[in-house]
Design a protein around this ligand. Structure first.
Ligand code: FES
Ligand code: MG
Length: 584
């Protein structure tokens, strides 16, 4: 390292402060216990943290325990000193009542570690759904040099000669189990076939989405997101990432230099092109707010809605993570967008000190059946619509997943091709839905819209992934496979339903969803971007006053202290579900 360029390291305040020998000695003595010498710690070499998200509790990220060894070699090679430490585990498939609850907890914990310890730069080990936003949010808040390293997707799953993708196969298998095509053991085997190796979900769920967007934001080395976890290149890029963070500290490249408004605009466009999860706006809006970068769901509609879907991955398409990598991954997608002038800011800077445009310019689509050309996409207009009305201030809808059946039934009226009306059926959370969806008293027919409430960040801490609801069995038998679904919860990134979700403010925050009643007539206009209960403002105000008199919208008791703490200070989905006191 050249001493001239190097800014004063923050770790010096701990390890080499002659003005305060007492504290310096105390800070330094225990760190000598694992092989480091005083000379090393006081040599002016940067201390690089490895924020370790892998553990036995978080199998998606567990391979990071191996990869960290390569990261360490890179750090040492480049002249840094490495301190690896644990991040609060978040496992999407393991945590009850839901992993989203822990995103802000992991964020808070990581902020304290990065702020309170002698760390000059950090490698963020990302992967499973919420680990990526948690790490990037913390890096945004502390704003010390940071680089992200994906653990990489699992290998493709296979069953009887067909690709089986994470999550997506769970939905399909359930139908096969229900119809008797497979039994309980067959179902377990089928689902397990989708998870053949270390790594995160191999479909375009929230994990592949967020890892791709971490690269599109410029926070990973180019090409890093899509390399499958067990591949040789995954170890190599881990080593390069370790080397690289040392030079980032040297050049003082901080998250605020990389994750600019321009970078977020790029990421929104990439999200549409890859067919990213409906969880992405929540997480990106959260990261942006921790940097003080303005970003909202209107930006998502304005920048993302018209971008076509180019990546043919399940659940929207056919292929899986290995194919995505072989097709060229994120650089190929970005390069193709650039060729059509669709990447808003090719000059946005990335962690390697080059612009995203420079990094991706020479990338080619290697498998055109997996990454389709921009002008021959899988679907047009793959972004999100941001709906508004007396039901909520913001709720998003992925219009590209509207099925032909749905379109014919609801959107084929030539006088009003973008709007539909229906009778509301309101469920008070997932239990009520499961208990009552087949209740004949509700008289659910194809003119109904299913509502679910009490499932937002306050009502169901972290928010529940429950908005995509199946119609009652009687309708399924008649060939009606989807009804319009609206709710203040989320939806799994591996599910492809055309729901109106992430409604903000939620019922528990006294949004319009708290006021709707079963039997109300509702109008959705996708052309105008509106969603309204067709009742007068006076009637709505009266319902609100009545509910307030009763003490507001009722929701279930918390089960753990953190749920209650989060519920007391969390913002709504459109604001990223951030902890309000944490935002700049
Ligand atoms: Fe961890 Fe999908 S469950 S990445
Ligand atoms: Mg999920």
């Amino acid at each position: 390292m050249s001493d001239k360029k190097t800014p004063k390291l923050r770790s010096t305040a701990w390890f080499n402060n002659p003005d305060n020998p007492g504290m310096t000695a105390l800070y330094i003595e225990r760190y000598l216990n694992f092989g480091l010498t005083r000379e090393e710690l006081q040599s002016g070499r940067p201390i690089i943290g490895i924020a370790q998200t892998g553990s036995d509790l978080s199998p998606c990220n567990r391979h990071h325990i191996e990869l960290a060894k390569r990261v360490r070699e890179g750090i040492r090679e480049a002249g840094g000193i490495c301190f690896e430490f644990p991040v609060h585990p978040i496992q999407e498939t393991g945590k009850r009542p839901g992993a989203a609850l822990d995103r802000n907890l992991a964020y808070l914990g990581l902020v304290e570690l990065l702020y309170g310890y002698p760390i000059d730069g950090v490698v963020l080990t990302i992967g499973c759904d919420k680990t990526t936003p948690a790490c990037l949010m913390a890096a945004a808040t502390v704003n010390i040099p940071a680089i992200a390293l994906s653990v990489g997707p699992m290998l493709n799953g296979w069953h009887k000669g067909e690709r089986t993708g994470s999550g997506t196969i769970v939905w399909k298998g359930r139908e096969m189990l229900a119809s008797g095509e497979i039994d309980y053991d067959g179902y377990m085997d089928l689902v397990a076939s989708s998870a053949p190796s270390v790594g995160y979900c191999n479909t375009m769920g929230t994990a592949t989405t967020m890892n791709s967007l971490a690269e599109a934001l410029g926070m990973q080395l180019p090409g890093s997101a899509a390399i499958p976890a067990p591949y040789r290149e995954r170890g190599q890029i881990s080593y390069e990432t370790g080397r690289h963070i040392v030079s980032m500290v040297e050049q003082d490249i901080k998250p605020s230099d990389v994750m600019t408004r321009q970078a977020f605009e790029n990421a929104i466009v990439v999200n549409s092109a890859i067919g990213g999860s409906t969880n992405a706006p929540i997480h990106l809006n959260a990261i942006a707010s921790h940097l003080g970068v303005p970003l909202d769901n209107d930006d998502w509609q304005k920048l993302g809605l018209d971008i076509p879907l180019m990546v043919n991955l399940q659940p929207a398409g056919e292929y899986l993570g290995e194919d995505y990598h072989h097709a060229g991954g994120v650089p190929a997608v970005i390069s193709e967008l650039m060729k059509h002038g669709k990447l808003p800011h090719p000059n946005a800077m990335t962690v390697n000190g080059k612009s995203i445009g420079e990094n991706c310019a020479s990338a080619e689509i290697e498998l055109p059946e997996v990454i389709l050309p921009y002008d021959k996409p899988l679907k047009e207009k793959a972004g999100f619509l941001n709906l508004k009305g007396n039901l909520f201030d913001s709720a998003i809808m992925k219009t590209s997943v509207i099925s032909e059946e749905f379109r014919k039934r609801y959107l084929d009226n030539p006088d009003d091709p973008q709007a539909f009306e229906g009778r509301a059926i309101v469920f008070e959370g997932p239990e009520d839905y499961h208990d009552n969806i087949d209740n004949p008293a509700l008289d659910i027919d194809e003119h109904c819209m299913l509502f679910i409430r009490g499932t937002g960040p306050i009502g169901y801490p972290g928010g529940a992934e429950v908005v995509n609801m199946q119609p009652p069995a009687a309708l399924l038998k008649r060939g009606i496979h989807s009804l319009p679904c609206i709710g203040d919860g989320r939806q799994s990134g591996t599910s492809g339903s055309p729901s109106i979700l992430n409604a903000s403010p939620e019922a528990a925050a006294m949004g319009g969803l708290a006021l709707i009643q079963t039997g109300d007539q509702v109008r959705i206009d996708l052309g105008k971007g509106t969603a309204d209960i067709l009742i007068s403002d006076e009637e709505l105000a009266k319902r609100r006053a009545d509910l307030e008199t009763k003490g507001g919208f009722a929701y279930a008791e918390h089960q753990t202290p953190w749920q209650e703490i989060q519920r007391s200070m969390v913002d709504q989905f459109d604001k990223g579900m951030v902890l309000k006191p944490a935002v700049k």
